[in-house]
Design a protein around this ligand. Structure first.
Ligand code: FPP
Length: 255
C-alpha cells in the first residue's frame, strides 16, 4: 500500500467480474478454471483501489441467479471465497480495510460463515477502504428487503428515498460512482440497482482473469475526466449539491 494517496473524485467503485467461464473455455479448460484464475487477481485490484484513494470497493462474487449453476461450479466459488478469506485476512487487517459480505450466505458451509463473521468483526472498526463482496446477492431482493423492513417499523407511512436508503444492506456504502463490468457484455445483472442510479458505467471486453491493475487505473483515469451532471445542466461538485439546488428551485417556484 502506498502512503500518499492521490486525490480522487471516485469514492465508490463496483465491479462485475464477468467472463471467467469464456476465458477458460477459450483455453480448452473447464469453466471453473476461469474462476480460479479470476480469484487470483481480486487481491491486486483491492490493493489498487486502496492505493488510488477509492473509499469503497464492492465486488460481485456470487449472484442470487448463480444458484442455478452446476453444483460443482457453485462449490468451487464457495471454496474460492473460503481460500481468499484465509489468505487475505492479515493483509486486510494490516491495511486498515473494513471487510463485509452483502447478500444471503445462509447456505455457505459453516466453516466459511465462521471465517466471514470473524473477519467482519475483526475489521469492523477499520477506517480505510470499505471492501464488500456481494455474495448470494440480488439488487431487487435488497430493495424488497429494505422496503419490507421499513413497512414493518413504520406501518401505514410513506417512505422517502433518504429513509429507504438507510434500510439497504450496508447503508454507509452510499451511491456507486463507477460501475465496471468486464467480459464484454453491457448488462447490470441485478447488481446494486439502488446504488447505481447516478453511476458512470464502464464496460470492457477484457475477461476478468485478464483484468489488471494497469487497466483498473486507466479506467479510473478515463472516468474521472468525464463530466458528471447528475441531471443538471452544468457539472456540480456532487449529487448532494444538485439535490439542494432542486429543493431551492422547487420552493421558489411554489412561491
Ligand atoms: C462471472 O463469470 C463470474 C462469476 C459468476 C463469479 C466471479 C467470481 C470470481 C472472480 C471468483 C470469486 C473469488 C472471490 C475471492 C470471492 P462467468 O462464469 O459468468 O463467465 P462467462 O460469462 O464467461 O460464462
Amino acid at each position: 500500500m502506498i502512503l500518499a494517496k492521490p486525490k480522487h473524485s471516485i469514492k465508490h467503485v463496483a465491479i462485475i467480474m464477468d467472463g471467467n467461464g469464456r476465458w477458460a473455455s477459450m483455453r480448452a479448460h473447464p469453466r471453473v478454471w476461469g474462476h480460479v484464475r479470476g480469484s487470483g487477481i481480486v487481491a491486486d485490484i483491492v490493493e489498487a483501489a486502496d492505493d488510488a484513494g477509492v473509499g469503497a470497493l464492492t465486488m460481485y462474487a456470487f449472484s442470487t441467479e448463480n444458484w442455478c449453476r452446476p453444483q460443482t461450479e457453485v462449490r468451487v466459488l464457495f471454496n474460492l471465497l473460503h481460500k481468499f478469506l484465509k489468505r487475505e485476512r492479515d493483509r486486510i487487517l494490516k491495511n486498515n480495510i473494513r471487510f463485509k459480505i452483502m447478500g444471503d450466505i445462509t447456505n455457505l458451509p459453516v466453516s466459511t460463515k465462521n471465517l466471514i463473521a470473524q473477519l467482519e468483526n475483526e475489521s469492523r472498526l477499520n477506517t480505510g477502504l470499505k471492501l464488500t463482496f456481494a455474495f448470494g446477492y440480488g439488487g431487487r431482493s435488497e430493495i424488497t428487503q429494505a422496503m419490507n423492513l421499513f413497512v414493518k417499523e413504520n406501518p401505514g407511512r410513506d417512505v422517502t428515498e433518504e429513509e429507504l436508503a438507510k434500510y439497504l444492506m450496508i447503508p454507509d456504502l452510499g451511491d456507486v460512482d463507477l460501475l465496471i463490468r468486464t467480459g464484454g457484455d453491457h448488462r447490470i445483472s441485478n447488481f446494486l440497482l439502488w446504488q447505481i442510479a447516478y453511476a458512470e458505467l464502464y464496460f470492457t471486453d477484457t475477461k476478468w482473469p485478464d483484468f489488471s491493475v494497469v487497466e483498473f487505473d486507466e479506467i479510473l483515469d478515463i472516468v474521472s475526466k468525464r463530466e458528471r451532471r447528475f441531471g443538471a445542466i452544468t457539472s456540480a461538485p456532487d449529487l448532494k449539491s444538485n439535490i439542494e439546488q432542486a429543493r431551492t428551485n422547487k420552493s421558489l417556484l411554489r412561491g
